[in-house]
Design a protein around this ligand. Structure first.
Ligand code: F6P
Length: 376
């Protein structure tokens, strides 16, 4: 008789650490249980198309350090609201039953889903349909309230920090104001962490509205101390007082269709045209560089712990949960609470999102270091 199977998929945008989770999960399963493992390709789309590959020690060898995912990603395919063609017309349909049938046909007893809020919402919905599901929290933005840290975040912070260091030398040579746009959507975690670690002079995050005049105040203050250059890191979703976030593009069919972009260019233009600014201004958007390349050692470690914990939950038959880091230890939380607004960490949570607390310790630490948030 064919062996029982566990399937794994990677949904949403990629994040460094996906491969490390797959690597750890496969080994922990093979070492502790009697299952065969498969991976659906391109997230939920592979589940719908029954497009998968076998996962074993060989097919997952040498991937621990590599960013990206051997299973490929898709950020569009919500099977509960999926675009299908009917009589030459595109219509939205709930095709989740097709996915459940595919799993049955292939002998898949457990589905493990690596993803952010959109992907985990579908994971919850499959759990509600009776599928045995385990979630693993992924996103470089670190904006999930139901775990202390998502994997991918540390790598992104390292990349932004390194680039802030590189920009210091060229900014200093030219006496320029340099602006770096970081990812993070409406959460300022990447900019905040990298801004402190990379010694930025100004950190602009969506949780604290800024004004151009306040940024200029910081530039002047530095000049008065003989510092003729200024480094600014801004989250893509940051908002000027009385303004709105800069939208880069709309991705139809994506769980959250807005893609931010352009805020660094906007601020550069405003500063260059400000009567009080004499410096030249340049900006740089790090974009997907923050998600590419090798995974940081801290993310490899965190992902390995998440992967092993996911296998443990399966062994304990503890389904319908997402593995989660709580008080520094591996734990789990119900998928019902992941997207429903669970609040485990100390910062404020809106819905299932974890955002920076303007009065929290990190912001106050940065302010005491003399870093400006453009709010005063
Ligand atoms: O949520 C992760 C993230 O990398 C955000 O920081 C960013 O805004 C978005 O995804 C980019 O999405 P895409 O890969 O679709 O351009």
């Amino acid at each position: 008789m064919a062996k029982k199977r566990i399937a794994i998929l990677t949904g949403g945008g990629d994040a460094p650490g996906l491969n490390a989770v797959i690597h750890a999960f496969v080994r922990a399963c093979l070492n502790t249980m009697d299952y065969e493992l498969i991976g659906y390709k391109f997230g939920y789309r592979g589940l719908y198309n029954n497009d998968y590959m076998k996962l074993d020690r060989q097919t997952t060898s040498g991937i621990l350090h590599k960013g990206g995912t051997i299973l490929f990603n898709s950020n569009k395919d919500n099977l509960f609201n999926f675009t299908v063609e009917e009589n030459g017309v595109n219509v939205k349909k709930d095709v989740s039953d097709v996915a459940v049938e595919n799993m049955k046909k292939e002998g898949v007893e457990v589905l493990v889903v690596l993803g952010g809020d959109g992907t985990l919402t579908s994971a919850r919905d499959f759990a509600r349909k009776g599928v045995k599901v385990i979630g693993v929290p992924k996103t470089i933005d670190n904006d999930l309230a139901s775990t202390e840290v998502t994997f991918g975040f540390d790598t992104a912070v390292n990349i932004v920090t390194e680039n802030l260091g590189r920009l210091h030398t060229t900014a200093e040579s030219h006496h320029r104001i340099m602006i770096v746009e970081a990812m993070g959507r409406s959460a300022g975690w990447i900019a905040l962490h990298a801004g402190i670690a990379g010694s930025a002079d100004v950190i602009l995050i969506p949780e604290i509205e800024y004004s151009i005049d306040n940024i200029v105040k910081k530039v002047d203050e530095r000049k008065a101390r003989g510092k003729e250059f200024t480094i600014i890191v801004v989250t893509e979703g940051a908002v000027e007082k009385g303004g709105s976030a800069s939208i880069g593009k709309i991705v139809e069919d994506s769980a959250d269709s807005i893609r931010f972009g352009g805020v660094a260019a906007k601020i550069a233009h405003q500063l260059e045209n400000h009567p009080g600014v004499t410096n030249e201004v340049r900006y740089c958007t790090l974009g997907h560089i923050q998600r590419g390349g090798d995974t940081s050692p801290a993310d490899r470690l965190l992902s390995s712990r998440y992967g092993v914990k996911a296998a443990e939950l399966i062994k304990e038959e503890n389904f319908g949960n997402m593995v989660s880091l709580q008080d520094g230890k591996m734990n789990y939380v119900s998928l019902e609470d992941v997207v429903g607004g669970a609040k485990i960490t100390g910062e404020t949570a809106k819905g299932g999102d974890k955002v920076v607390d303007p009065n929290g310790e990190l912001v106050q630490t940065a302010k005491k270091l003399g870093i400006s948030f453009g709010d005063e």
